[in-house]
Design a protein around this ligand. Structure first.
Ligand SMILES: [Zn+2]
Length: 309
């Protein structure tokens, strides 16, 4: 039996199919995302049909479809709200897709789905806990405890991007001031260092390396605040491992090395902090690994397993 995972992002939908051993089948597909509820539904249906066609099967023959999407998601009902960058305020995405596709559909927040995918890609079942730190336009984390997504009582667990860290800082999209997201995210870089296109963080590293003082200043602050995020995750949930993903992580090894450098520096001033071995706990999500779409496929599986038992 095959399971489909759809990762619906602000610019693209990615579709991936996994078999019963969670191995990827066929080629991952990519479609542009439309804006507004009808376009999101159409995109998901189209991606499903293309994935089925590629494998010579009907959409109904997928055992389950899992969807990762930004915004607040009620995973039990498949209801999505406040997916602002998709132009969706409220949408019964799960039930609408089930009607269109004739297959059980589970919807999950995209960062939570990506966390599950990253946990699967680590391939270490002895790992009891993991945090996935998504550095995209915003900053959000999701927690995997004992192999499952930990939501907390209202689904807000891991939303560390909205912990204020700068007193009287800039106003955040959430209405608070000086949130971690306002200083450690793609949007934070774009605000402080505007006009550098689609990959501002990569460009920021290049400019800083070339000696641009403003770029160096912005980069230092970014790196330091990513290290703050790591420290918050370790001191609150003491996870075994933190996997960094999202668009900002495309800066790759240089980002990881810089963040480790900050954490090591803090460790020299605090034996207590040094003993927690923060630099050792962080890794990057493997490039081109499709963690979010794989995680979405696994979300579908988790639900069907739960219903069957
Ligand atoms: Zn905020």
């Amino acid at each position: 039996m095959m399971r489909l995972g759809l990762d619906i992002g602000g610019t693209k939908i990615e579709a991936i199919v996994v078999d019963e051993d969670n191995r990827v089948v066929g080629t991952p597909l990519r479609l542009p995302t439309g804006f507004g509820a009808p376009a999101v539904i159409n995109g998901a249906v189209k991606a499903t049909e293309m994935a089925a066609q590629q494998l010579g099967v009907l959409p109904q023959s997928f055992e389950s479809i899992g969807v990762g999407i930004p915004g607040a998601v009620d995973a039990r009902t498949g209801r999505v709200s406040h997916a602002v960058n998709l132009g969706v305020s409220e949408l019964e995405l799960g039930s609408i897709l089930e009607q269109h596709l004739g297959t059980p559909v589970t919807v999950e927040n995209d960062v939570k789905a990506a966390a599950l995918g990253a946990y699967h890609l680590l391939g270490d079942t002895s790992l009891r806990s993991m945090a996935y730190l998504n550095l995209g336009t915003g900053l959000a984390a999701a927690l995997i405890l004992d192999g499952k997504v930990w939501r907390g009582s209202r689904g807000i667990a891991g939303e560390i991007g909205h912990i204020p860290v700068i007193p009287n800082g800039v106003v955040c999209s959430c209405g608070q001031r000086g949130c971690l997201e306002t200083v450690a995210s793609g949007s934070a870089v774009a605000r402080q260092w505007p006009g550098h296109g689609d990959a501002p963080v990569r460009a920021l590293f290049d400019a800083a390396t070339a000696g641009d003082a403003r770029a160096t200043d912005v980069l230092d602050r970014l790196v330091e605040n990513v290290a703050v995020a790591i420290r918050i995750l370790v001191f609150t949930v003491d996870v075994d491992n933190i996997v960094i993903g999202g668009g900002v992580s495309s800066a790759g090894g240089s980002l990881l090395a810089s963040v480790r450098g900050v954490l090591e520096g803090w460790g020299t001033e605090s034996p207590f902090l040094a003993a927690q071995q923060l630099p050792k706990r962080i890794t990057l999500v493997p490039r081109g690994s499709h963690a979010a779409a794989i995680g979405a496929a696994l979300v579908g599986r988790q639900t069907t397993t739960a219903l069957a038992s």
